[in-house]
Design a protein around this ligand. Structure first.
Ligand code: NAI
Ligand code: MG
Length: 495
């Protein structure tokens, strides 16, 4: 096995062709049963880079069957042994960081230096983290009766269906499947139409280590491939990241089978900047939090920035200058800060919100950075980041998830007003407060209706922090030991 190990291929174009038309079921590449494929396009040039297999219900059957057959044996390994194999996956993935970073940059348009390479190393790190938790699947003893020893043991759920989006496909896949497998479940992943190759390659790398059938991966359309996966009677848990509407469809389908779900849905995350904040920090925080380097394609994007009146104008000016200095260009170019939007549909959605904001009375659009002028990028899905000023929390720009490089700055007078408006949203995912006053910070932590609240920083989700939202932002938690125990295992009582 050692000699035949996959070697990193740093040419993402050839890798995309090599991975074309394939599903990964029971440890082997296979085409979709129908033989159908659909084109994947480089969003920076409009050129076709490969074809993804178009899996449907029959392919789902094959993948779930393989996962069911593998699950008994996998669950019988000691949890420590499973953890070791998952950690070994992390080590292998680490050898492929550059390769995977280049591939995800090519297919999604996310810049290599600022986003894609970073995502590839997070992928490897998530496997290293969960691989170390194999011994932590502990149960409890229950003081039920003095003459009886009563305890709980944790058991896997069975086959887990994981449906992932395209914005950070490798990281979001990792946060779902690494803990699921350590817990003794086997997995069928359905990846997003827009980002097929990097996740497929990552699973190919891991299948060098994992027993066949433990990790299967499907591609296909949402309703025709994701739908049958959720509905399949062999799937005992579904975990999904994506938009609210699809989350609700999945929740209803899972309810029909009475299986548990974890849903990580949208956001409209508020960032509250108080007059006393040290201005350099929230400027950095807004750039990082808004994920301008990812074209704002993030569920935690700081897309509602409440700034207290005394510092409002200075804040807007400094934020504009910072975003303006970012370089848009070829995602694979090391000099590029900002790449492209993922798809023409998504670009049109972003443009429609920019038009809407421009037409809204009182709102003013500040477009930053410059579109690239290179001839080969002229069909690229580039859009200039926009900061809207003069926005109110009632405007659609402030209420709806845009999932693009569009943020709005809302001026406020008093702290109470900011908290009230921050909470006046259908979402409740992330929130930040920027102040030097400890009392204000502690108050905000308690009152902001979000499950990922930070003070004077805007970090991204990372393993070891329980992550998940309230309201329309979803159900359940991911990324931590507790999430693995509570969301991916069941407790059995033994007396
Ligand atoms: P989508 O819901 O079509 O796709 C997300 C995933 O769900 C894909 O893997 C897709 O194949 C699958 N899916 C779609 N319909 C399904 C169904 N009926 N049953 C099972 N699986 C299904 O979302 P799309 O088109 O990629 O994005 C639409 C909008 O959603 C974006 O404009 C953005 O606003 C938001 N979005 C939010 C994300 C988040 O992290 N919260 C991630 C991606 C998109
Ligand atoms: Mg869609």
């Amino acid at each position: 096995m050692q000699q035949n190990r996959l070697q990193p291929n740093l040419d993402p174009f050839s890798l995309a062709r090599e991975l074309s038309g394939k599903l990964l079921i029971d440890g082997a590449f296979t085409p979709a049963i129908s033989g159908r494929t659909f084109a994947n396009v480089n969003p920076a040039t409009g050129a076709v880079i490969g074809e993804a297999a178009e899996g449907e219900a029959t392919d789902v059957d094959a993948a779930v069957g393989a996962a069911q057959r593998a699950q008994m044996t996998w669950a019988k390994l000691s949890s420590r042994e499973r953890g070791k194999l998952i950690a070994e996956c992390g080590r292998m993935l680490n050898e492929h960081v550059e390769e995977l970073g280049r591939l995800v940059a090519l297919e999604t348009g996310k810049a290599l230096r600022t986003e894609s390479r970073v995502e590839a190393s997070i992928l490897a790190d998530v496997f290293a983290f969960f691989g170390g938790l194999g011994s932590e699947l502990k149960g409890e003893t229950v003081p039920f009766r003095p003459d009886m020893l009563t305890m709980t043991v944790r058991e896997p759920l069975g086959v887990v269906g994981a449906i992932i989006p395209w914005n950070v496909p490798m990281m979001l896949m990792a946060l779902k499947i690494a803990p699921a497998m350590v817990a003794g479940n086997t997995v069928v992943v359905k990846f997003a139409e827009e980002a097929p190759f990097a996740v497929l390659r990552a699973c190919q790398i891991m299948n060098q280590i994992l027993p066949p059938g433990v990790l299967n991966i499907l591609s296909g359309m949402g309703p025709e491939c994701g739908g049958p996966l959720v509905a399949h009677k062999g799937v005992r848990k579904v975990t999904f990241t994506g938009p609210v509407e699809t989350g609700k469809i999945i929740y209803k389908a899972a309810a029909d089978k009475l299986i548990p779900v974890t849903l990580e849905l949208g956001g409209k995350s508020p960032m509250i900047v108080m007059n006393d904040a040290d201005l350099a920090k929230p400027i950095d925080g807004a750039v990082a939090g808004m994920r301008f380097t990812r074209q704002g394609q993030s569920c935690t994007a700081a897309s509602r920035i409440f700034v207290q009146e005394d510092i409002h104008d200075a804040f807007v000016e400094r934020l504009r200058a910072r975003v303006d200095a970012m370089k848009m260009g070829d995602p694979l170019d090391e000099m590029t800060d900002i790449g492209t939007i993922v798809s023409p549909q998504q670009l049109e959605k972003v443009h429609s919100y920019i038009r809407l904001g421009e037409q809204t009375t009182g709102m003013h659009a500040i477009a930053c950075s410059q579109l690239p002028t290179d001839e080969e990028l002229k069909k690229g899905l580039f859009v200039r980041p926009v900061i809207f000023t003069g926005a109110t929390n009632e405007s659609r720009i402030a209420r709806e998830e845009i999932f693009g490089p569009v943020t709005c700055v809302i001026k406020f007078k008093a702290y109470e007003e900011a908290i009230e408006q921050a909470n006046d949203s259908e979402f409740g995912l992330a929130a930040t407060i920027w102040t030097r006053d400890l009392k204000t910070a502690l108050d905000a932590i308690q009152r902001l209706e979000a499950r990922f609240v930070q003070v004077n920083q805007n970090l991204v989700v990372t393993s070891n922090l329980s992550y998940g939202g309230v309201k329309n932002s979803g159900l359940g938690k991911e990324a931590s030991l507790e999430a693995m125990l509570e969301q991916l295992m069941a407790r059995a009582v033994i007396s």
